[in-house]
Design a protein around this ligand. Structure first.
Ligand code: NAD
Length: 295
């Protein structure tokens, strides 16, 4: 199967490697030339533009930072939609809002292409290991077409409803990730200020009721080591909380915790930490209190 993948960064890069290794005929496009070189060394073909990529692909996947960038690679004279073959399939695996996914699906349909929104969870480790959780919005028939690809990229694939539903469930998930990560940061700072050894603190919480994915994934590898390279960048988490907040406004749902967490990530961005891992949300809090959670 001829597949094109646009956006070969922290997530799309390892996903592309897995598709190459699984024997897909893969074309890639990215504005980062170094990322493209890494993939051509693995057997992928470099496309000159999104349009050229679409011309040689039965399935076009996008894995990009936000919807503005997804739109910019889809639309315009060099965009995917101007080169798309009739009957092709477009899968956006980026995290976007449900209304954005529906709008892009409508544009794809006008060009005779099927569309799925299929955001993922599992982080860079899951992308590398091919164990992502994939949340798909679209028809059963279209999801079936994509299953050979999803089977390589993920371990669990859920069809959660029509186009836009994958995006909706991803926003709910990432609302929880943002809120929980901010809570982990606040709690660890309090614990260390209270004189506790961070390792003892973590050991006890891990076998107690305060444990969470955020604590497991972020405390040892990032916070205690003082290594904040993403991972999942603060700018992306901030975007996801904003998408959740927008969706809440659209639907009339107050999101108190989302607002608080977003302000903490805003504070981290203001401190110049936007490109760091979300665990770096702890750093302004550490500075404020005058402690460091390291061990
Ligand atoms: P990233 O910034 O590491 O990668 C994005 C890639 O897109 C980069 O290689 C960049 O050069 C490329 N790009 C940017 N603008 C472009 C353009 N105009 N044309 C072509 N390429 C362009 O981001 P990421 O962490 O891989 O995240 C990608 C998406 O996946 C985001 O929507 C994010 O919210 C979501 N996501 C990320 C994680 C994670 O842990 N990093 C987990 C789940 C979902």
């Amino acid at each position: 199967m001829q597949v094109g993948l646009i956006g070969i960064g922290a997530m799309g890069g390892p996903m592309a490697v897995n598709l190459c290794q699984a024997g897909f005929d893969l074309a890639v496009y990215d504005v980062n030339e170094e990322a493209v070189r890494r993939l051509t060394a693995q057997g992928a073909t470099a496309a000159a533009t999104p349009k050229e990529l679409a011309k040689v692909s039965e399935v076009v996947i996008t894995m990009l930072p936000n919807f503005q960038i997804v739109s910019s690679v889809m639309e315009g004279t060099d965009g995917v939609l101007s080169g798309i073959r009739d009957g092709s399939l477009v899968i956006d695996m980026s995290t976007v809002a449900p209304y954005q996914a529906r709008a892009m699906a409508a544009q794809a349909a006008q060009r005779g292409a099927a569309y799925l929104d299929a955001p993922v969870s599992g982080g860079v480790a899951g992308a590398k290991q091919g164990t992502l959780t994939i949340m798909v919005g679209g028809s059963d028939e279209t999801v079936d077409r994509a299953m050979p690809i999803f089977g390589v990229l993920g371990r669990k694939v859920y069809r959660v409803g029509d186009v836009g539903s994958g995006a909706a469930i991803k926003l709910v998930n990432n609302l929880l990730l943002g809120v929980n990560t901010a809570a982990v940061a606040e709690a660890l700072v309090l614990g260390v200020k209270a004189g506790l050894n961070p390792r003892v603190l973590l050991d006890v919480i891990r076998s107690s009721s305060g444990d969470s994915y955020a604590l497991k994934a972020k405390a040892d590898v990032f916070i205690l080591e003082g290594k904040f390279e993403p991972g999942f960048a603060i700018d992306l988490q901030y975007k996801d909380l904003e998408l959740a907040a927008q969706t809440g406004k659209e639907l009339g749902v107050p999101l108190f915790m989302t607002g608080l967490a977003q302000q903490l990530f805003e504070q981290a961005r203001a401190a110049g930490l936007g490109s760091k891992d979300i665990s770096a949300v702890i750093k302004p809090l550490e500075k404020l209190i005058g402690v460091e959670v390291r061990g």
